[in-house]
Design a protein around this ligand. Structure first.
Ligand code: ATP
Length: 373
């Protein structure tokens, strides 16, 4: 187990412009900017963000495979900026499981330990312990060419942990697997983490993977940390519109709105739509006639109601997924998505009335995108 700390870490690739060919990416663009976080001993951290946001770069800097442009990385209070990868006590499992083809699974697992002159009986003891955790004990005599994609992924992760690292780094380790296999291996990784007690970081663009595996999620955008928190914190209390729209499937509705004052109170209104939604009591202290806000509400928190307290809106799309139904209605130029378990089928053009679960609405500043508390 190790405690990892990143302090104001920056990364700028000197060849950034070359890599981007004609795309004119400025040389001084940072792939990672002012990135700081702390992973406590034995924690499971998920770094999540869209493609190109700097997840792999961050992991590679922690592993020592990429130079840091500025800032510091500490493992157990030792600054490791200039330490060689082999001296960082780190286990790595990357997306492309580069197993050695001529070697058996056992020999692949043993490779690094043999290089460190670990005695054969110790190697056997650790492989005997790790192999069942990732269900590779039946595969030990096979060569990589005889393994399925899922089996290779398992061996890849097992190989990273037989080294008994203080820190385990996983970069999209399940990316080549189909949905069912991903779910199985996800559960195995979770069990394995509980058993081996090793501080683990997983990098993924798959929010389900991050939310189900990690105790702490870090969300990145354009090289910057947006929010760090438990899966529930980032889902329930997003700090800005980006996190709100990124976490959750289907994503949170984010509607541009103007608050208006009527005799009966304050209402959210939407350009080009008759829809009016009463401003919940908790937002009244910041409500003002004409104030512009972005209103965030998850599809599950938009309720279809029979009450005639709201203006009817027209159904544009209706989808039945069996256990839930998704309805999309037009609001001005945009759409509002609703997820419901109610077993009513709608046709295009049907009108429905809506209510919002006011406890679960979020307000964002339309300029900065930051949450308004
Ligand atoms: P993905 O999910 O697609 O793997 P990511 O979030 O892991 O993306 P990175 O691979 O860390 O993102 O890339 C961050 C930025 O750094 C991108 O703009 C990328 O093009 C750039 N970049 C990454 N590697 C290099 C490199 N070797 N040379 C130049 N630029 C690079």
């Amino acid at each position: 187990m190790s405690r990892l700390i990143l302090k104001n870490v920056y990364k700028r690739y000197d060849n950034a412009e070359k890599k981007w060919f004609g795309k004119k990416k400025a040389l001084n663009d940072f792939a990672v900017k002012d990135f700081s976080f702390e992973c406590p001993d034995n924690s499971f951290i998920g770094i999540l963000g869209p493609s190109g946001c700097g997840k792999s770069t961050t992991l590679r800097m922690i592993a020592g495979l990429e130079q840091i442009t500025d800032g510091s990385i500490f493992i157990d209070d030792v600054r490791i900026n200039n330490l060689l990868p082999k001296d960082r006590n780190i286990g790595l499992a990357f997306e492309d499981y580069a197993l050695y083809p001529p070697l058996t699974v056992y020999d692949n697992l043993a490779f690094n330990l043999r290089a460190k002159k670990t005695p054969a009986d110790k190697i056997k003891a650790v492989i005997d312990k790790v192999a069942p955790l990732l269900k590779v004990d039946e595969l030990l005599r096979m060569k990589p060419s005889a393994l399925s994609g899922g089996q290779k992924q398992r061996v890849n992760i097992a190989r990273a942990i037989v080294r008994q690292p203080g820190l385990l780094l996983l970069d999209e380790p399940l990316s080549h697997l189909d949905g069912k296999m991903r779910q199985t291996l996800r559960q195995e990784i979770k069990r394995m983490h509980r058993e081996i007690k090793c501080t683990t970081i997983i990098v993924t663009h798959d929010q389900i993977e991050a939310m189900s595996l990690a105790d702490i999620i870090i969300i990145m955008k354009d090289g910057e940390l947006q929010q760090m928190g438990t899966p529930l914190e980032v889902y329930d209390s997003p700090v800005n519109e980006f996190v709100a729209g990124f976490i959750g499937e289907p994503p949170m509705n984010l509607l541009k709105s103007v608050i208006v004052k009527r005799e009966t109170g304050f209402f959210f209104t939407f350009d080009g739509s008759d829809l009016r939604v009463k401003v919940p009591e908790r937002y009244l202290p910041l409500a003002a006639d004409g104030k512009k806000v972005t209103l965030g509400v998850r599809p599950i928190d938009v309720l279809i109601t029979q009450a005639d307290t709201s203006t009817p809106v027209a159904v544009v799309v209706y989808e039945n997924f069996g256990d839930e139904r998704r309805v999309s209605v037009r609001v001005g130029e945009g759409h509002l998505n609703i997820t419901t378990t109610e077993n009513v089928a709608y046709k295009n053009g049907d009108t429905i009335r809506l209510d919002f679960n006011s406890e679960k609405t979020h307000l964002f500043d339309p300029e900065s995108g930051d949450v308004i508390k």
